[in-house]
Design a protein around this ligand. Structure first.
Ligand code: NAI
Length: 742
């Protein structure tokens, strides 16, 4: 059997997300709910969702909608029926009865439940039906969260479970972990425990909400929402329901009970409508004072709201767990208390919940976006350090065994949930060069891997060094972080700007340009394999690679103008060259510069490879891949396919009309200024961009080389960074994450 037709029942948050992801995979799907209006409305929400659930909005009509009374016959045709209705067992049971009566023989039925055990769901089913029924636990938002837990039992048809697993891996791009039927499966069992520990310890140790989130966040390799921010995001009421179900399902000896009891604080918040971001607010809330928005935060003792404070832990951008938990202040003590409890709890689940500790780490990575799971944290800290740090620590069997072995390295293979040759697996086998502080270089088979490793993988002088160094062989630029690269490290640039060391900035940008030039013209293939943010400088690296193997969840764009700069690592000239290949450009020499003026001037971004094509951020030769775990193997295959006879591209020659096209661009800027769409500095930045794209002081009969274009980009960049208003934009973006219009 192949899965060619799917019905999703329940068109709420999860049903909509699952239907959208099936649509992304070009699989026909029907979304049913109690009433057609509900599923129709869900479809509208999918279309408008931000971040978008659809890779290509024009495909929305591949999702059909209906209701469970008049359109249920569609179930007869489905190869897979996904139930994603409310978490109420009697409703689910009633629905299964109806599905099982209608479904075609051999079809697969699954529930998206997050808390109800498989044996409870399938209680009333015949043995034959049980063979085809399992849990498929997706995470929200479905398109963006990598994890899918499939819960099966010995009663299941194993072949069918594997078929479903392969389908979800290949078509839906998920990291699929097969789990036993235990409460919360893997991700939530450890993830929710971790949240509860982080919350209860913060209260016990008298940390404020902001302090706890500052520690239980980036310094631990956990998303910056921290614990209280995440609580608000998920919904405080939903978390309370999840906890109730854990308490009901888990044996009273499970230490989960210690951290999952309802508190008066949570009760009060829910009762007063403070259910999180969907409600009036939660631990954080936004208030208006004197017409201005103010972020407030709850005092965990008095329950009053006060303006939120920024917490500076005074630590490096790089995660260093040992250093963090060794700090002698309250932050270090909190970090140790939380990390040690999570490691102890996770390891207590081996082997009863899973025999593969690696799968717990992967569940935390794919389902909660942690950089490292508890076992990798343990390996980083070292087993000896962990056990001996505190003699009060009650170690369990698993840890004791490791400790007795007297070795700190115990971590075996990674990503065992998949047969794919993933970056995580290859990194363990490859020879590593760690000389560089901003990127690692790995040597594997006939190619090198460059993996950026700074915060949000922002780029600096060292990142360029690594790229240059690796270009003596075929190269794949890829990483395991959430972002491919958020662009040039603006802190790094601002440090020079503060010292008015413009020469240093010029040297850096020149180094960036010459590195990208080398990537483009070296005798070796360069493949960029981005996932997540691929902005500014990160995008420029992609633009000057031979091929891009892009994950479908990229956010791509040249956004430099938003911080008062222009793309100067070769991105402006590369975009110009791409648009000059357009047939329109043969007829009108000003076509390409004007197009690129528009794209870069507005700092346009796209949120999928499909959207990237019309902007020429990607070209037809590039690839779009649903499963992130496949980026490396697809890139590798591309090297093998293209390496023989590979020749670097020909050097371009630019013929541009100088002030002829510049005048046209200036007119656009003047109009935008008049309409107050841009302010004074917007004009300045636009003019500099226009100068580069017009070829500077040139005319159509003159030829400009690529180096001439690099020089124009560099000059504009160095002029712009010296302007106070550009610096104001950068500072604003660095502190708020938002652009400043000035
Ligand atoms: P939701 O409340 O957003 O949507 C539920 C939908 O089911 C509603 O549109 C409702 O009209 C519909 N519905 C209710 N009874 C129905 C019936 N008899 N037939 C057809 N439709 C019916 O719920 P949500 O959040 O999408 O959750 C769905 C399932 O996914 C639950 O089992 C939940 O535990 C699970 N889940 C939820 C996650 C989340 O983050 N929201 C994450 C993972 C799993």
């Amino acid at each position: 059997m192949n899965i060619k037709n799917v019905v999703v029942i329940g068109s709420g948050t999860m049903g909509s997300g699952i239907a959208a992801q099936l649509c992304n995979a070009n699989v026909p799907v029907t979304l049913l709910d109690l009433k057609t209006e509900i599923s129709e409305n869900a479809k509208k929400k999918i279309f408008k969702s931000r971040p978008p659930l659809l890779i290509d909005k024009s495909k929305i009509d591949n999702i059909k909608v209906g209701n469970i009374e008049n359109n249920f016959d569609i179930v007869k045709k489905a190869d897979w029926v996904v139930e994603a209705v409310v978490e109420r067992i009697e409703i689910k049971h009633k629905l299964y009865e109806k599905i099982l009566k209608t479904r075609k023989k051999d079809s697969i039925i699954s529930s998206n439940t997050s808390t109800i055990p498989l044996k409870v769901l399938s209680k009333k089913m015949s043995d034959e039906d049980k063979r085809d029924f399992c849990i498929t636990h997706f995470f929200n938002p479905v398109r963006y969260m990598g994890l899918l837990e499939i819960v099966s039992e010995t009663t299941n048809d194993e072949k069918k479970i594997n078929l479903l697993k392969n389908f979800c891996e290949d078509n839906l791009g998920k990291g699929v972990i097969i789990c036993k039927d235990t409460p919360g499966f893997l991700g939530n069992r450890v993830g929710v425990y971790a949240m509860q520990v982080a919350m209860t310890e913060a209260i016990k140790m008298k940390l404020s909400v902001e302090e706890a989130d500052a520690v239980f966040g980036r310094p631990m390799g956990i998303p910056k929402t921290g614990v209280f921010g995440l609580y608000d995001l998920i919904g405080i009421d939903l978390m309370a329901d999840v906890l109730k179900s854990f308490l009901k399902e888990l044996s009273t000896t499970d230490i989960f009970h210690e951290v999952a009891q309802e508190t008066s604080l949570i009760k009060n918040l829910i009762e007063n409508g403070y259910t999180g971001r969907k409600g009036k607010g939660g631990f954080y809330r936004v208030s208006k004072k004197d017409g201005k928005k103010v972020l407030e935060v709850i005092n965990l003792t008095t329950e009053d709201y006060l303006p939120s404070r920024k917490i500076d832990l005074n630590i490096d951008e790089k995660i260093d767990l040992k250093k963090l938990v060794s700090r002698n202040d309250k932050y270090g003590k909190y970090a140790w208390s939380v990390i040690s409890k999570i490691i102890l709890y996770a390891s207590s689940l081996i082997p009863s919940v899973t025999k593969d500790y690696n799968n717990i780490d992967e569940a935390m990575r794919l389902g909660f976006n942690w950089v490292k799971g508890p076992f990798e944290m343990l390996e980083e800290l070292g087993v000896k350090f962990f056990v001996e740090k505190n003699d009060q620590l009650k170690i369990n069997e698993f840890i004791k065994k490791l400790y007795d072995k007297k070795t700190d390295t115990f971590y075996g293979e990674r990503q065992i949930y998949t047969n794919l040759e993933t970056l995580g697996k290859v990194k363990q086998l490859a020879k590593i060069n760690k000389d560089n502080k901003s990127a690692n270089i790995y040597e594997h088979k006939n190619y090198k891997i460059v993996e950026f490793n700074t915060k949000a993988n922002t780029l600096d002088h060292d990142s360029m060094d690594a790229l240059k160094k690796a270009s003596d062989q075929n190269m794949i630029i890829i990483n395991e972080g959430t972002q491919f690269s958020a662009g040039v490290n603006l802190n790094y640039v601002m440090d020079f700007a503060k010292e008015k060391d413009w020469k240093a900035i010029e040297r850096f940008v020149h180094h960036f340009q010459m590195t990208c030039k080398q990537l483009k013209y070296s005798d070796n293939l360069v493949i960029s394999a981005p996932s997540g943010l691929t902005l500014g400088g990160g995008k420029e690296v992609c633009l000057q690679s031979d091929y891009v193997v892009a994950h479908t969840n990229i956010v791509m764009g040249l956004v430099e103008t938003l911080v008062g700069l222009i793309p100067a690592g070769g991105g402006t000239k590369e975009m110009l060259w791409r648009w000059m290949q357009n047939p329109e450009a043969q007829k009108d020499p000003d076509f390409a510069p004007q197009k690129v003026f528009d794209i870069i001037g507005y700092g346009k971004t796209v949120s999928s490879p499909v959207e990237a094509l019309p902007f020429k951020f990607l070209l037809d030769k590039d690839k779009s891949i649903m499963n992130r775990d496949k980026l490396l193997s697809v890139s590798q295959n591309l090297i093998n396919e293209k390496k023989d006879g590979y020749k670097p591209p020909k050097k371009p020659i630019f013929k541009l009309s100088g002030d002829q096209v510049r005048d046209k661009m200036f007119k656009i800027l003047e109009n935008l200024f008049r309409e107050k769409k841009i302010l004074k500095h917007g004009m300045e930045v636009g003019k500099k961009l226009a100068f580069v794209l017009s070829g500077g002081n040139t005319t159509l009969d003159k030829e400009l080389s690529e180096d001439d274009m690099y020089a124009l980009e560099l000059e504009a960049f160095v002029q712009l960074i010296q302007m106070e208003k550009t610096q104001a934009r950068i500072k604003h973006t660095l502190s708020t994450g938002k652009p400043l219009v000035n």
